[in-house]
Design a protein around this ligand. Structure first.
Ligand code: KIV
Ligand code: NA
Length: 264
């Protein structure tokens, strides 16, 4: 099968075909996800939580993400793989270039950064230097200490308008994909319509161009706390493979996320 590229994802958005994605951290799951037809995988800094057992993503380093990116790439040589730039690895454009290079060398096709307009110069510089960028707005887990907890973002009119403005600015700076985390579905729908780049939601309703989930959440391995937007796909499937295929099928059919997984 031909390798998935950003061109594939753009075509899917243009055709109205839902994009389905998941986090991955090792070669075995990467191989399974890829063989089931996942459109892309994210080596998320959520690895701090689900792999390392930390209470936030803040302890994760570039070396950690690079290690897991190499594992994922080994398991899925042709997959489209995005790697998260961890906390404080892109505090200046120059630092971002050095750290992103490390992730690209280990096999990432794109890097993801959390934040709004302050990233314009960084994104432009990365893209000019050959590093594709996925932006990330809404709930920003690396800013949990600023936000005062993991909460739905963009509920007030002014916050919603600011998120739209930032999304447009990041696209203009050269971001080729946007992750929207924990925002009301109406806002996510508006942004998905306004942007020409694919918008991937998590806790952002069904009207985004695609969906992403943390793999441990969709396999029901998060026993302490299940966010509203998560569904345990393994519970109603007989195997890991069946659970992954069910998730893919429900996203493609537009039946996941349902109203019960959505903020309004
Ligand atoms: O780190 C991660 O898993 C993420 C997704 C929640 C989008 O950033
Ligand atoms: Na992340």
């Amino acid at each position: 099968m031909a390798a998935t590229t950003i061109a594939t994802l753009n075509k899917m958005k243009a055709n109205g075909d839902k994009i389905v994605s998941i986090t991955a951290y090792d070669s075995s799951f990467a191989k399974l996800f890829d063989s089931c037809g996942m459109d892309f995988m994210l080596v998320g800094d959520s690895l701090g939580n689900v792999i390392q057992g930390a209470s936030s993503t803040l302890p994760v380093t570039i070396a950690d993400v690079a290690y897991h990116t190499r594992c994922v790439r080994n398991g899925a040589p042709n997959a489209f793989v995005i790697a998260d730039m961890p906390f404080m690895s892109y505090s200046t454009p120059a630092q971002a270039y050095t750290e992103a290079a490390e992730l690209m060398r280990t096999g990432a096709n794109m890097v993801k950064l959390e934040g709004g307009e302050w990233l314009i110069e960084t994104i432009r510089g990365l893209v000019e230097r050959g590093v594709p960028v996925c932006a990330h707005l809404g709930l920003l887990p690396q800013s949990v200490n600023v936000l005062g907890g993991y909460k739905v973002q963009g509920r007030e009119q002014s916050a919603a308008e600011q998120t739209v403005r930032h999304a447009l600015a990041l696209q203009e700076a050269g971001a080729q994909l946007l992750v929207l985390e924990c925002v009301p579905s109406e806002l996510a729908e508006l942004i998905s319509t306004k942007l020409h780049i694919p918008v991937i939601g998590i806790g952002a309703g069904k009207d985004c161009d695609g969906q992403i989930l943390v793999m441990h959440d969709m396999l029901g391995m998060n026993s302490d706390y299940l966010p509203k937007f998560v569904k345990n796909f393994l519970a109603e499937s007989g195997s890991l493979e069946a659970a992954v295929r069910l998730y893919i099928d429900e996203v493609k059919a537009g039946t996941f996320p349902g109203a019960e997984h959505t903020f309004s």
